[in-house]
Design a binder for this molecule. Structure first.
Ligand code: GDP
Ligand code: GDP
Ligand code: MG
Length: 319
């Protein structure tokens, strides 16, 4: 069974509608209006792709391939062009090794499976943790969330609300407590309750960036005292609407704590959804999940082919 079938393609497609409108829609209108694809049109296509944050090299490569195609066939209809760009995008970002694998499957010998979630303030860490907890719970796993963002006063209450929504447990300490101690406690609690999954929220204040990185390193170190394999995953959350910033943040956090995967959020609120393609091409870190809205169901596992299909709304061809 392909696990991506469990997730609504139309929801994904709907979430990407701003990017579709600003990238695919604009290209289509341009080509329709001009009736031909000349040098000037190609340059404008390049600009539209770059504005959608797909990455400059990706935009140039796609435009170059369209140029070759048009020279060969003299003409390309809007539909042919859509197909061409979609194929190019899928080819440029490569294929997933195992697109059918269940992203929410936890190996027996790795329970409790510990996921640490990091990222700067406001990117959607806490929200994504609620959504992740919901998905794991749907797979019948017992989940505990650890409230290791002890820095922000309102952080505990906010995480509590998400834990309630997802129907999972939460471990917290007083505001200002040692985040590493909270993380440690959460793993201990998971052990004694025989929980399967631990998800640890962390702080994200930017103005003391060095301290934040030291704090995150310490959380990791303390977890590793408990078990050298922990955390099993370090997921970095980035806000998709901040474009190239996301790539810089990924480099920074990866250097400090070693990122195993990315969650790209807020793709529903931006026309720059092409950033997911740029991230996939430029970083050697997989995008694991994408956020396309504020509800529990709005976190989807990321598959490159399905993502590009959804961008072009080729529903019938989704896996
Ligand atoms: P944190 O500071 O990283 O923990 O970020 P929060 O989880 O508190 O989220 C910050 C804001 O982003 C909240 O208003 C969320 O509702 C919003 N948000 C998070 N993910 C998404 C998403 O995928 N789509 C949209 N539209 N909003 C999101
Ligand atoms: P410190 O703040 O420099 O003392 O850092 P530690 O390495 O002691 O870890 C910080 C917190 O993590 C401690 O206060 C404990 O709550 C928790 N912790 C770390 N290691 C252990 C351990 O071996 N056993 C227990 N029970 N807690 C630990
Ligand atoms: Mg938060």
């Amino acid at each position: 069974m392909n696990w991506f079938k469990k997730f609504s393609f139309s929801r994904l497609s709907e979430g990407l509608s701003k990017t579709r409108e600003e990238v695919v829609g604009k290209i289509n209108r341009l080509v329709t209006a001009k009736g031909t694809i000349d040098e000037d049109t190609l340059e404008q296509i390049e600009e539209i792709l770059i504005a959608g944050d797909v990455g400059v090299d990706t935009a140039l490569t796609i435009a170059e391939h369209i140029r070759e195609r048009v020279q060969r066939d003299k003409y390309a209809s809007v539909e042919e062009l859509d197909n061409l760009i979609r194929d190019e995008m899928q080819m440029l970002i490569g294929g997933d090794e195992d697109p059918g694998a269940n992203p929410f499957s936890v190996p027996r010998d790795k329970r409790p499976y510990v996921i640490m979630v990091v990222g700067v303030n406001g990117v959607g860490k806490t929200t994504s943790i609620g959504k992740l907890a919901h998905h794991y719970k749907n797979e019948a796993y017992n989940v505990i969330i650890g409230a290791a963002d002890t820095y922000r006063a309102a952080a505990n209450e906010q995480l509590e609300i998400w834990a309630q929504r997802a129907g999972v447990g939460i471990i917290q300490q007083a505001h200002g407590a040692d985040p590493a101690a909270v993380a440690y406690d959460t793993v201990e609690a998971a052990k004694s309750r025989h929980s399967d999954v631990v998800i640890i929220d962390t702080a994200g204040r930017l103005h003391t960036r060095v301290n934040l990185m030291e704090e995150l390193k310490k959380i990791k170190r303390v977890l590793q005292k408990r078990n050298p394999d922990l955390p099993h995953e370090v997921l970095l959350v980035v806000d998709g609407s901040t474009g190239q910033n996301a790539i810089q943040q990924a480099r920074l956090f990866n250097e400090a704590v070693g990122i195993t995967g990315l969650i790209v959020t807020k793709l529903d609120g931006t026309a720059k959804g092409g950033i997911v393609l740029a991230i996939t091409r430029e970083l050697n870190i997989p995008v694991r999940f994408i956020g396309v809205g504020e509800k529990l169901e709005d976190l989807q596992p990321f598959d490159r082919k399905i993502f590009v299909d959804a961008l072009f709304q080729f529903e019938q061809e989704a896996q």
